[in-house]
Design a protein around this ligand. Structure first.
Ligand SMILES: Cc1cc2nc3c(=O)[nH]c(=O)nc-3n(C[C@H](O)[C@H](O)[C@H](O)COP(=O)(O)OP(=O)(O)OC[C@H]3O[C@@H](n4cnc5c(N)ncnc54)[C@H](O)[C@@H]3O)c2cc1C
Length: 321
């Protein structure tokens, strides 16, 4: 583990946004986590913030007191047993997938291009191209930071209570994911080749459809997926029925709504609603968290004025005070 002081969070978060943290502890193994938690307890540091790659986090402009536990990549923390792979929480999804391919195991190609640590993906049940992390999870090991004995506990897939960008861990922020075990399938040479092609196709799709040239946090809002909310939007815009039933599989794309409400390219300070993908707010130049939050509020206000309910952000907004 490495303990750092007075760290500029904009330099370590994917979004390039954030004030300074008084203390950041980098951990890249299970032992590091135990050592770090021992140090945190001994020095009575609080609150504890958990950071993966920061791809789904809007950190505050204000400085953070307490401590940031930065769960970093260690591609060495990957083990295979039969058709299962266990990965330390800080392992990048791309390293996990590469390891699965090397071991002739299929099942994760859907996550091609998903910027994430394993811990971040499990907590938010990350998903794309019709699959979600819950489809592969067998076990998750975690520590309850609110419990003084800091024992590692285990949950199976059902206990994780996964939903659309939801999990038991997300609803219980004191739970620190330490590792996850994935159920995969043995694949022969031809099937492995097919899996690699799907993986690459998904990366290519992101490169051509998402504004990867700027830092962002991915999709800012969850798509509209609850039946009553889908109906409310369709009452105002009945012409989208065919899209809902076809292309959007019963949901409504927030990128579409944001565009149709007139926000494509909308800019405050250094933050801009991407013209390439309207559900992304890009950091186009020294954006502040306040800029991003002001855009989110403007969209939410217009949205609720139009449809009479407020859309849920997908991005995790960290506030202080
Ligand atoms: C360009 C781009 C494209 C994206 N595309 C997608 C997509 O297709 N699908 C999708 O679902 N998401 C997408 N995202 C969002 C993001 O990639 C995912 O949410 C990802 O899983 C976040 O992982 P992370 O390691 O960056 O987590 P962070 O952003 O660092 O953290 C997210 C939350 O999880 C918590 N957390 C992190 N690690 C742990 C841990 N070990 N234990 C407990 N809590 C933890 C943090 O405290 C925070 O609240 C995209 C983001 C970007 C920037």
């Amino acid at each position: 583990m490495e303990i750092k002081q007075n760290v500029n969070l904009s330099q370590i978060s994917y979004y390039g946004i954030g004030g300074k943290a008084k203390i950041v502890i980098d951990v890249s193994s299970e032992q590091d986590i135990k050592d770090a938690l021992g140090y945190i307890n001994a020095n009575k540091l609080a609150p504890v913030y958990i950071l993966g790659l920061g791809c789904n986090l809007l950190l505050p402009d204000e400085n953070l007191e307490g401590v940031v536990l930065h769960i970093k990549s260690d591609s060495g923390s990957l083990t295979k047993e039969g058709t299962s792979i266990t990965a330390f929480a800080g392992v990048k999804m791309s390293d996990l997938i590469e390891f699965s391919f090397k071991n002739g195991l299929a099942g994760l190609a859907w996550a091609g291009g998903l910027p994430s640590t394993v811990g971040g993906a499990v907590r938010g049940n990350a998903g794309c191209f019709g699959s979600e992390i819950k489809d592969n999870i067998r076990l998750v090991r975690y520590i309850d930071l609110s419990d003084s004995n800091l024992k590692i506990q285990t949950m199976d897939q059902t206990q994780c209570q996964f939903g659309y960008r939801e999990s038991y861990f997300k609803r219980n922020p004191a739970l620190l994911i330490v590792s996850a075990t994935f159920n995969l399938q043995n694949a022969g040479l031809i099937e492995m080749q097919r899996q690699k092609e799907i993986y690459q196709k998904n990366i290519d799709y992101r490169q051509s459809h998402h504004p990867l040239e700027y830092p962002s946090c991915g999709s800012v809002f969850k798509n509209i997926n609850q039946l009553d909310q889908v109906q409310k939007v369709m009452q105002v815009w009945p012409d989208i029925e065919a899209l809902v039933k076809g292309k959007w599989y019963g949901k409504i794309s927030m990128a579409y709504i944001i565009g149709r409400l007139g926000f494509s390219g909308y800019m405050i300070g250094g933050a801009q609603v991407s013209k390439k993908h309207n559900n992304y707010i890009s950091n186009v130049g020294n954006a502040k968290a306040a800029d991003v939050k002001a855009i989110i509020k403007a969209i939410q206000d217009k949205f609720s004025e139009t449809f009479n309910f407020t859309p849920d952000p997908e991005v995790q907004i960290l506030s202080v005070g």
